[in-house]
Design a binder for this molecule. Structure first.
Ligand SMILES: Cc1cc2nc3c(=O)[nH]c(=O)nc-3n(C[C@H](O)[C@H](O)[C@H](O)COP(=O)(O)OP(=O)(O)OC[C@H]3O[C@@H](n4cnc5c(N)ncnc54)[C@H](O)[C@@H]3O)c2cc1C
Length: 283
């Protein structure tokens, strides 16, 4: 392997971009590989709502949340099948992660008032909301030329979820407001999340490498040592001195996996088309 770095990230959705940022802040040299010519994955197409119990935005809002309630909610949703250590790790670290993202990126968030948990009737569910967090607007021009490389940015999405009927508003903002936002290149939801995370990475000198799918993991006696990627028609091996983070999204565009693991046919997947479950299939 001729090339090397500390941490390799595969995928540029919220998971990959956040992992890359975290590794870089810990001092690691980071390379991020993206299969698509576009950045942001399904995250960029999404509502961008982040579900974090006990988040710092609840302070002073009257929301009554707790670690115990959050854990019982997750336990009940999974019919007791959740890995309890994993659930505890998520509940304990989610709030720190959300605050940290606000501290180190241009991303900022607000609570979606009265946006209930999806199963508020379950133990620990919050009917009045408080765990679902919406993105504030992000200005795409802050990304310079990189803005045009984000999936779906050309269609724009100049509203926050809280400004839509789904987020509790009676109507979306008027034409004048929308027109001004379009002129400024402001976007909300998943585009805002990807935009802010990407800006922070670029500020650290990390540029995701697009059109560079990971083909396989390179292993040695069961340990992952690096990744083989395809770049400009060539296979390139890159050594990861500290680790490889697989953040290649779902498998909704892989008909075999869909048939094997999902109920019913899925004829029109909504996620990004490169999500063919690659990272789920590597041995
Ligand atoms: C319309 C819609 C709205 C949604 N709204 C919400 C919401 O409001 N809140 C919520 O929590 N969830 C929502 N979701 C679900 C959510 O968007 C996804 O669960 C989330 O974005 C997944 O993020 P990710 O980083 O894991 O993957 P993704 O964002 O899908 O990113 C995966 C990336 O990996 C890349 N990739 C794939 N294979 C390879 C490979 N071999 N090598 C390199 N790169 C590869 C892909 O091209 C892609 O860019 C929504 C989904 C949709 C479709």
């Amino acid at each position: 392997m001729t090339e090397q770095c500390d941490v390799i990230i595969l995928g540029t959705g919220a998971a990959g971009l956040t992992a890359g940022l975290a590794a870089a802040h810990e001092g690691a040299s980071v390379r991020i590989f993206e299969k698509s010519e576009l950045l942001g994955g399904t995250t960029a197409m999404s509502g961008g709502i982040i579900w974090i119990p006990n988040n710092h935005l609840q302070e002073g809002s009257g929301v009554k949340d707790s670690r115990k309630k959050a854990l019982s909610y997750l336990e009940s949703l999974s019919l007791g099948q959740i890995d309890s250590d994993m659930a505890a790790t998520f509940v304990d670290n989610g709030p720190k992660m959300l605050k940290w993202i606000e501290d180190v990126t241009p991303c900022s968030f607000h609570l979606i008032d009265n946006y209930p948990d999806y199963h508020p009737e379950h133990p620990g569910g919050l009917p009045g909301g408080g765990r679902s967090v919406d993105n504030n607007l992000f200005s795409l021009p802050e990304l310079g030329d990189w803005a045009s490389r984000i999936r779906g940015q050309e269609k724009g999405n100049p509203v926050m979820l809280t400004e839509t009927p789904l987020g509790g508003a009676t109507a979306t903002p008027g034409r004048k407001v929308i027109g001004e936002r379009i002129q400024k290149g402001q976007v909300g939801m998943g585009l805002a999340l990807v935009g802010g995370l990407l800006r922070a990475l670029l500020d650290l000198g990390i540029e995701p490498e697009v059109n560079t799918p990971a083909i396989k993991l390179l292993t040695d006696g069961g340990d992952v040592k690096g990744v083989q990627v395809e770049k400009d028609g060539e296979y390139v091996e890159i050594q990861a001195l500290k680790g490889v983070i697989i953040a290649t999204g779902g498998f909704e565009w892989n008909s075999e996996l869909v048939r094997a693991f999902l109920r019913g046919p899925m004829n029109a997947p909504a996620g990004s088309p490169e999500n063919t479950g690659d990272g789920l299939q590597w041995p």
